[in-house]
Design a protein. Structure first.
Length: 141
């Protein structure tokens, strides 16, 4: 797998991958999520490809206090080959370069497989409650 920054012509492949991996939700428009990311640290939007085919992603960010990873995805046919681990190692490397002291993740509590994956990489569950408030709707009313 080659890891590189997202390119605009990756959009359809990335969205299809996210849908395959069950990462999209009706209240989040993936095109808008991509457009928003491209306005902030676009070099941290990582794409994994094999033979010029997008098969993995990780949307990485650093807010000056913590690093974050969203949309970690590996296509079903390429799983169990350490591609997710390689993407996370690259995310960690890029964040360390920026002086980031800690990486945070949001994982749905029902996703036992990905929780086990992250535990295997040394991540631990923090004693926090995740809270959110939608400021901009992704759906026109």
């Amino acid at each position: 797998m080659q890891i590189r920054a997202y390119k605009p012509n990756d959009e359809a492949s990335v969205i299809a991958l996210w849908q395959e991996c069950g990462l999209t939700r009706p209240w989040n428009d993936p095109r808008r999520d991509i457009a928003r990311k491209l306005t902030e640290q676009p070099e941290l939007f990582l794409v994994g490809e094999i033979e010029q085919t997008v098969m993995a992603t990780a949307m990485v960010g650093f807010d000056g206090h913590r690093g974050w990873v969203y949309y970690l995805a590996v296509s079903a046919e390429h799983r169990q080959r350490a591609h997710g681990k390689a993407l996370m190692q690259e995310a960690e490397r890029l964040l360390i370069e920026r002086g980031c002291p800690k990486l945070n993740l949001l994982v749905r509590s029902s996703n036992a497989d990905i929780i086990a994956f992250y535990r295997g990489l040394g991540y631990e569950q923090d004693d926090v409650v995740s809270m959110g408030k939608r400021l901009i709707s992704d759906h026109d009313s």
